[in-house]
Design a protein around this ligand. Structure first.
Ligand SMILES: [Zn+2]
Length: 493
């Protein structure tokens, strides 16, 4: 029997605002689409939190024996600086400033994105499609929307007619906005505006001569509007209607609202049964933003090279910290919060290390089966990881009490305890133990020891330039040297 038949999962659906029983379209199968990054800069820590929430959701769905097709795209074209279809393409602008090809920008930051996600122990999605790889599909959808009368062409650009669409459909149902309110709250169109209404959005934009990212289309050379790629890729890989669509809260409007409108206007079906939105990450109580300096990159946390935190923190500690909040709650990052999470993470890992050494008794004084079901109950309740972690810490308490002979456990229950702890900590929450990290770094350990030896020789020769260089370059790679009474040790973070 598949686990999903024994466990009833409930999901908070942003569309209804309610927690609903999860019933997939095809039994045993789940189609999930998550809006990926626009690859024009290093991945933001707040975005990592969103993607980590969906990584955890992907992991739990798989654990429940669902066959999951998880599609997370890469936006490599069409995302303009301003949501109102104005300004430069974010990637083209970066390419212009750095005097490189747009695809070099895309390559550089796609690699950065994957490297950071790997450090956080993400599972790769089933498909990771790109916007530029699906221009033909996007053009086909525009043709359909034009055919159905919900878009208009003007000067080589095509816009979605929101006002006309709203006459027969409901624009704003996901974000809870009413078109009439939107109209009364927006500025009047100026003479230069091509749009019929300020709420209309671009499906295709004409490329000006200086615009380097351009493709031929029935309306002339241009590029697709940002909202369109997700409709094209989700429909192609998951069908006209699929189970779960996720993303950050900030994408609900206009991005996801526009996706719904595009699907309904092209193929006539509501695209998604369960809309899920992950909440923001703040830092020291304030919104994270590059412009205010209240910002930190994941690598700066791992290396300790920042002015915000007192020490480096390992990716698994940051992951544990993020899992301690529900994905729909705002989470605040601070030095104190990370220090507390680090302690909790080590308590959890220490207890896991004790399980194999525990001695079984004839019978159990703890109801292990009930405890195990509470782990599932927490996750079945809209992926409530903070509650799951609290239940896992009851497991930590059991382990310590059994070790001190204050509680007894039978052979079968001991196996159940071990299996359940391991499944939820490693498979579902996606944490890594320090031992797992060290096992992969035996060879690195040898190399670092050699470098420590060379550094000691340099110091003995008063060649501090070389000794500092070795220390600093290792730190940049995430390897910290610590000088103590017994010589130099190191930690890989
Ligand atoms: Zn999207």
């Amino acid at each position: 029997m598949a686990k999903y038949q024994e466990q009833q999962l409930k999901i908070h659906n942003s569309l209804s605002g309610k927690k609903e029983k999860f019933i997939p379209i095809n039994e045993g199968h789940v189609g999930m689409y998550v809006c990926g990054p626009t690859v024009y800069s290093n991945v933001h820590l707040g975005n990592c939190r969103t993607f980590m929430s969906f990584d955890m959701i992907f992991r739990y769905l798989k654990h429940l024996d669902f066959k999951v097709r998880y599609v997370r795209n890469i936006t490599d074209a069409g995302h303009l600086e301003d949501d109102a279809d104005e300004g430069e393409d974010k990637i083209a602008k970066k390419a212009r400033l750095e005097q490189i090809e747009p695809m070099e920008v895309v390559q550089r930051y796609t690699v950065d994105f994957h490297t950071i996600l790997q450090k956080f122990n993400f599972l790769p999605p089933s498909i990771e499609p790109t916007a530029t790889g699906h221009i033909i599909e996007q053009i086909e959808i525009i043709k359909e929307i034009l055919e159905h009368g919900f878009a208009y062409e003007i000067n080589g650009s095509v816009y979605f007619d929101v006002v006309k669409f709203n006459k027969t459909h409901e624009y704003g149902k996901l974000s809870g906005r009413k078109l009439e309110d939107m109209i009364s709250n927006t500025r009047e169109l100026t003479a230069q505006d091509e749009k019929r209404n300020p709420q209309d959005f671009a499906l295709w934009k004409k490329a000006e001569p200086q615009h380097i990212m351009r493709w031929p289309s029935p309306w002339g050379d241009g590029f697709p509007g940002w909202h369109l790629e997700c409709t094209a890729m989700s429909t192609k890989y998951l069908g006209e209607t699929f189970d779960i669509h996720g993303g950050g809260m900030d994408l609900k409007f206009p991005h996801h609202e526009c996706e719904i409108a595009q699907s309904e206007a092209s193929h006539g079906n509501a695209p998604v049964n369960y809309w899920m939105h992950a909440n923001m990450l703040t830092m020291n109580g304030k919104k994270m933003a590059k412009s205010t300096g209240n910002n930190i990159l994941p690598n700066e946390i791992f290396s300790g090279e920042n002015e915000i935190l007192s020490k480096p923190f390992a990716p698994s500690v940051v992951r544990f910290f993020m899992m301690q909040a529900h994905y729909t709650s705002i989470l605040d990052l601070s030095n104190e919060a990370l220090l507390a999470s680090e302690k909790g993470y080590h308590r959890l890992m220490d207890a896991l290390g004790l399980i194999d050494g525990l001695t079984a008794s004839k019978s159990s004084s703890i109801d292990l089966a009930a405890w195990k079901q509470r782990c599932y109950d927490a996750m079945n309740d809209d992926f409530n990881t903070p509650v799951l972690i609290a239940v896992l810490f009851e497991g930590v308490k059991f382990i310590n009490q059994i070790k001190e002979d204050k509680e007894q456990i039978s052979e079968t229950d001991l196996m159940l305890l071990s299996e359940t702890m391991n499944v939820f900590v490693f498979e579902v929450l996606g944490l890594e133990s320090p031992a797992q990290l060290n096992a992969s770094s035996d060879k690195i350990g040898g190399v670092v020891s050699l470098l420590i030896q060379l550094r000691n020789e340099a110091r003995a020769n008063k060649d501090f330039a070389t000794s500092d260089k070795i220390r600093d370059e290792l730190a940049a790679l995430g390897i910290q040297l610590m000088d103590g009474k017994e010589g130099t040790t190191f930690s890989i973070i």
